[in-house]
Design a protein around this ligand. Structure first.
Ligand code: PEP
Ligand code: MG
Length: 325
């Protein structure tokens, strides 16, 4: 495994026609960070901060949160890290917040979770904001909000961060050099409001794990629905195409951070749709970088346009055939 990683570590993901694709990794623990160097990823496109909460017996205090975030930034050696604020609640309920999060939600994925919970239990988000801002003193902080369904939720969350910045400024503390705010696009309704939202964002990351389950109304964890939960279904790809086309008109850095990007045919499809930043499971980084080097974005872009205008009976097979040829 180590040898395999080493072989692909220095592969630079540039397509045949010279497009540099960002291949980042998803992470959630301090121990994940050394992988960045081992596999040669471009950064962490999704740091799931809820992991620390899930493995803790009690709510992690601000200092402990800040220590983790600082260690992660230190270990990244200047590569960008996108910290996603807490995505707990629903099925990821915390024992020490039991009264809050384990109200038997009948549809936990669509329940009281993530930013929905954080905006109502503001103290949670305030503490996390403070920890992130302190940890990023003198550097760039990338903050991403999960499960945003409407633009006002983004505004409310950003306001909580800005209040903490103002407070720390008053205390004469060293602030981050810059704070870049972004959202996950994983609730379909947000795609209808992009003209309102995108001017306010530095970046947006499409969370295809949840987005797919919501678009197809197919539970991402139900094995009986595995066939229906298909990232390559023309409906999903058309939806993504629309989002990519809208985002082109704004100076927003668009990426995908769902597991979809770590699969060869799916990554090929995403690049064909115009996606230039993927954040994926570390184990897939090497092979996706290798794949990138064999693609001509204009060719796959043209092919993709044709397939989406006139969807083939089997998109997977069509992509496979194209890849083989
Ligand atoms: C997603 O929903 O696509 C995602 C990346 O987040 P998570 O898997 O943590 O819900
Ligand atoms: Mg999600």
């Amino acid at each position: 495994r180590q040898a395999e990683y080493a072989k692909l570590r220095d592969v630079k993901p540039v397509t045949l026609d010279g497009e540099r694709i960002q291949v980042m990794m998803n992470a959630g623990l301090r121990d994940d960070i050394p992988m960045l160097g081992l596999i040669g990823a471009d950064g962490v496109g999704l740091f799931r901060t809820e992991f620390q909460f899930l493995v803790s017996a009690a709510l992690p205090a601000r200092e402990r949160q800040a220590r983790l975030y600082r260690d992660v930034l230190d270990g990244a050696d200047g590569k960008p890290i996108i910290f996603r604020t807490l995505d707990i609640g629903g099925d990821k309920s915390l024992p020490y917040l039991r009264n809050e999060t384990s109200r038997e939600d009948e549809n936990p994925a669509m329940g009281w979770r993530a930013l929905r919970l954080a905006l109502e239990r503001e103290a949670l988000l305030k503490v996390q904001a403070r920890a992130l801002i302190e940890a990023a003193a003198g550097r760039t902080l990338n903050v991403m909000f999960p499960m945003v369904s409407e633009p006002w939720e983004f505004e409310a969350a950003r306001t909580i961060f800005e209040k903490q910045v103002a407070f720390l400024k008053g205390q004469k503390r060293i602030l981050p050099e810059a704070i870049r705010y972004g959202v996950m696009l994983e609730v379909p309704s947000l795609a209808e409001m992009l003209d309102q939202l995108l001017p306010k964002l530095s970046f947006m990351s499409i969370g295809t794990n949840d987005l797919t389950q919501f678009l197809l109304a197919a539970d991402r964890s139900n094995p009986k629905l595995a066939e229906r939960y298909d990232w390559l279904s023309p409906a999903i790809l058309r939806f993504l195409q629309r989002v990519v086309n809208i985002a082109k008109d704004y100076p927003v850095d668009l990426g995908v951070c769902g597991e979809m990007g770590g699969r060869r045919l799916e990554a090929l499809a995403l690049i064909g749709l115009g996606i230039r930043r993927l954040s994926i499971t570390p184990a897939a980084v090497g092979q996706i970088k290798e794949l990138v080097c064999k693609i001509d974005t204009r060719e796959i872009g043209e092919a993709m346009k044709g397939w989406l205008a006139n969807p083939p009976a089997d998109m997977r097979q069509t992509l496979q055939q194209w890849a083989t040829e």
